[in-house]
Design a protein around this ligand. Structure first.
Ligand code: PGA
Length: 239
């Protein structure tokens, strides 16, 4: 399984920023990882025009419907049409700022799969849940959204909510423990074997190598540190 390293650009960058990112990115050799960029929707085709070394494109979210009168929503079929291969589903900011419920995640994943995309399904516990010893219970509840999807292809990102954008990275052992539990859940429930489990939350060039070398961490979902091409390249090539 190739490691997967993703740049989640969130609500950052306009076209001129994208252009200067790729002017610097172009200097680097292609690497032995799968690299995916997740820009804002109106930037998708523009970003795609710079992906000349096998990097892939993804949407940051999608609807659970194919099409219809749903103002402000984005169909995974359009994401595919714009050149995406991936889509983030259930990112912590969607769950906690935009109050997306766990119950809609299965429908979104299935819709994305039917549109020909590979979902990167995000899970993670809040600080109070971790402190109450409920990390695994919370993660398993979020994984319940995958019921009935045992035969489809997707990847998972474990992003502890308290580590996202805070500078507080999970300890390698703690992240690795949760990743191992996620993999146990998947194998117990007969999911496909090739599912990668990525870590996300304050990944930087200083901690990427340690995280990527831990058991069952198959890649990284990088927010803030992916906005800079040098830093993102150093993260992607840290191992
Ligand atoms: P961060 O974000 O790297 O800025 O913590 C990660 C994410 O939200 O995917």
């Amino acid at each position: 399984m190739k490691r997967l390293v993703c740049a989640n650009w969130k609500m950052y960058k306009v076209k001129s920023d994208v252009k200067s990112f790729f002017e610097r990115w172009e200097r680097y050799e292609m690497i032995d990882k799968e690299i995916v960029f997740f820009p804002q929707f109106p930037l998708l085709e523009f970003v795609k025009s710079f992906l000349t070394k096998g990097e892939k494109l993804g949407g940051q979210n999608c609807s659970d419907k194919k099409e219809g009168a749903f103002t402000g929503e984005v169909s995974p079929y359009l994401l595919k049409d714009c050149g995406c291969d991936y889509v983030l589903i259930g990112h912590s900011e969607r769950r906690h700022i935009f109050l997306e419920k766990n119950e809609i995640m299965g429908g979104k994943i299935l819709n994305a799969i039917n549109a020909g995309l590979k979902p990167l399904y995000c899970v993670g516990e809040k600080l109070e849940e971790r402190e109450a010893g409920k990390t695994i219970e919370v993660i398993f509840n979020q994984l319940d959204a995958l019921k009935g999807l045992e035969n489809v292809e997707f990847d998972i990102a474990y992003e502890p909510v308290w580590a996202i954008g805070t500078g507080k990275v999970a300890k390698k052992e703690d992240a690795s423990f949760v990743h191992t539990k996620i993999k146990e859940f998947l194998s117990k429930n007969d999911f496909k074997k090739e599912i990668r489990v990525l870590y996300g939350g304050s990944v930087k060039k200083e901690n990427a190598r340690e995280l990527l070398s831990a058991d069952n961490i198959d890649g990284l979902l990088v927010g803030g540190a992916s906005l800079d091409p040098e830093e993102f390249y150093r993260i992607a090539t840290s191992i």
